[in-house]
Design a protein around this ligand. Structure first.
Ligand code: ZN
Length: 165
């Protein structure tokens, strides 16, 4: 497919997930959660996960932000649900390399499925933080943030910064 056609397709995926975000609700029986903030753009979201026997059996998010941050979080919930903790971490690392452009080959990696729609973000440095925010929050939650005393990740601080409370 020509680049322009692919760009249009990817743009449509982003717009669709922004308009109708999937798994967009708080979760009552989450086992871990984390908040993410991107002060540069004003993106704020919370990620909830339910992890049972090392498998992410459910994941949801809620928040406010730009189209990229919302679409990325929505795409993430679809991609992570049903994955093991290890596979979710591996995907987090892959997506990080995709949106930063660190590994351009990932833009055509079929395993990434709809997540490839985020590849274009690498051309816009300001948008990289928008796209990676939900993934950082997901990783912080997986790494042990409890529902009460949720970790807060900020694109302007260390990734594992905890809330002061
Ligand atoms: Zn944003």
């Amino acid at each position: 497919m020509a680049d322009a056609a692919l760009d249009a397709l990817y743009q449509e995926v982003i717009l669709d997930h922004n308009r109708r975000p999937r798994n967009f609700h708080p979760m009552e029986h989450a086992t871990c959660s984390a908040d993410g903030k991107n002060p540069n753009c004003g993106d704020q979201l919370t990620i909830w996960l339910r992890v049972e026997d090392e498998v992410v059996t459910d994941i949801s998010f809620q928040g406010v932000g730009c189209a990229i941050s919302k679409a990325s979080a929505s795409l993430m919930t679809q991609a992570i649900k049903g994955k093991t903790r290890g596979d979710a971490t591996a995907l987090y690392e892959k997506v990080h390399k995709l949106v930063t452009g660190e590994n351009p080959a990932l833009a055509t990696d079929k395993e990434l499925g709809a997540l490839r729609a985020l590849a274009g973000v690498s051309r816009f440095p300001m948008r990289v933080k928008c796209a990676s925010l939900s993934w950082h929050a997901m990783k912080a939650a997986l790494d042990g943030a409890a529902v009460h005393g949720a970790a807060v990740v900020s694109t302007e601080g260390p990734e594992d910064a905890r809330s002061a409370s």
